[in-house]
Design a protein around this ligand. Structure first.
Ligand SMILES: Nc1ncnc2c1ncn2[C@@H]1O[C@H](COP(=O)(O)OP(=O)(O)OP(=O)(O)O)[C@@H](O)[C@H]1O
Ligand SMILES: [Mg+2]
Length: 401
């Protein structure tokens, strides 16, 4: 069922945790709320679940209004049929796995045989049928979280609300469960709201990502759009774009920009937007580094490696430019050997230079593309990025001689 959040505000005393938030999640869509700690993700989720008393706005699930501040309506959590999975493993330790999953169905007074069949089917879905009779306290963290998930799924909820459900698990398990969650979401056509501050998780699980900052949604777009075209420098920074430099005296329409505090000009293919608080943003993987000069393009500088770290599938290093700031560089070329103090040439294709305002205004609350299965998660044309970020970045660096 779809979820419509309209002009929602939530205050704790005189602190505003959610501010005029609008969001329309389509039936079957997986929406990920992504944002820094304290930006209001859990608060928003709790409003949808019916666990808060918001100060303004309205919420409808499947066309039924469950909250309306103006009308004084706030439907109780257990009447909303939402499934909740939280970070802590909310599993009853004194029950078996099967009893845990059966519990909400028993509360709903379903026939005994149906409860057993449904609970076992759901355990099958999350890959735990073989542990049905095991005591829940004997499970690992990952298994417990699957039980919590199965228990919510067994209720056939209208909406699944997942608040950092994987954050207590170790990295490997988190990645496995992430893929499994996405499979379940697509297979069951679940409408879900998933909260995380992990961008990898967001990119993997979302049909659309809602970036949340200071109680508001500042960007709402597909994972590909979000990654390629952050709406502001502060979002780019949150998404791990390491090279962000304020522009000195920007002029709308100009394509050569001087970096504030440095005697460096940088060329951008993108049209520079209006505004006087602009930054140049460049992903580390878009900086080419060579030990030998080649025909110098527009953004080509000399510098010195200050640190270089081998990360297995890539090398990360910092290059202090002779005339300017330090650039973070990431290269996948395993043949490149870069050491501290090495003299290098760096180059940035103007197509990979984004010029963004410091902050973005609130995003529109438009509905998503529909059922998750149909949602085209990679629609390069959609984002209309002016830069050609889809160009392969491999072989970004070479070491000759
Ligand atoms: N019960 C409360 N009373 C007062 N302030 C609260 C309460 N719950 C949350 N807040 C404040 O509201 C803001 C948003 O909190 P929220 O839990 O929604 O953040 P979050 O985005 O989920 O963060 P995290 O990623 O750390 O879980 C925070 O500044 C928090 O301190
Ligand atoms: Mg939270």
């Amino acid at each position: 069922m779809d979820v419509k959040i309209n002009d929602l505000s939530l205050t704790y005393g005189d602190f505003t945790a959610v501010e005029h938030l609008g969001l329309h999640i389509s039936d079957g869509e997986s929406l990920v709320l992504l944002g820094q700690s304290g930006c209001g993700k859990t608060s928003t989720m709790r409003c949808v679940a019916g666990l808060e008393d918001p100060s303004g706005g309205s919420i409808a699930i499947g066309g039924t209004t469950v909250f309306d501040a103006a009308a004084g309506l706030n439907v109780a959590p257990n009447k909303r049929n939402v499934g909740l999975v939280f970070q802590s493993y909310a599993v009853w330790p004194h029950m078996t796995v099967l009893e845990n999953v059966s519990f909400p169905l028993r509360m709903k007074r379903r026939p005994k045989a149906e409860i057993r069949t449904r609970a076992l089917e759901t355990l099958e879905l999350v890959g735990l049928a073989h542990l049905a009779d095991k005591g829940a306290s004997l499970l690992s963290g990952g298994q417990m979280q699957r039980v919590a998930l199965a228990r919510s799924l067994a209720m056939e909820p209208n909406v699944m609300l997942l608040d950092e459900p994987l954050s207590n698990l170790d990295a490997r398990l988190r990645e496995d469960l992430r893929v499994e969650l996405r499979r379940l979401q697509l297979e069951l056509g679940l409408t879900s709201i998933y909260v995380t501050h992990d961008q990898g998780e967001a990119l993997a699980l979302a049909d659309r990502i809602a970036i949340m900052q200071h109680g508001r949604i500042s960007q709402l777009s597909t994972p590909v759009e979000t990654y390629r075209s952050p709406a502001s420098a502060s979002i780019a920074e949150f998404l791990g774009v390491a090279n962000i430099f304020p522009v000195a005296a920007p002029r709308a329409g100009e394509r050569r920009l001087r970096l504030a505090g440095h005697d460096v000009e940088i060329a951008a293919d993108a049209v520079v937007p209006p505004g006087d608080d602009l930054s140049v943003c460049i992903r580390p993987e878009h900086v080419r580094v060579r030990t030998e000069p080649r025909d110098a393009g527009p953004n080509s500088w000399q510098g010195t490696v200050t640190v270089s770290v081998f990360q297995g599938s890539f090398i990360r290093c910092s290059v202090a430019l002779d005339a300017g700031p330090t650039l973070e560089v990431q290269t996948q070329d395993a043949s490149v050997v870069l050491r501290q103090h090495d003299r290098v040439h760096v180059e940035i294709d103007p197509a990979h230079v984004q010029v963004l305002p410091r902050e973005a205004g609130p995003a529109a609350a438009a509905p998503g593309p529909g059922a998750a299965g149909e949602a085209d998660r990679a629609r390069p044309g959609d984002a209309a990025p002016r830069t050609s970020h889809d160009r392969p970045v491999a072989a970004a660096a070479t070491r000759e001689g």
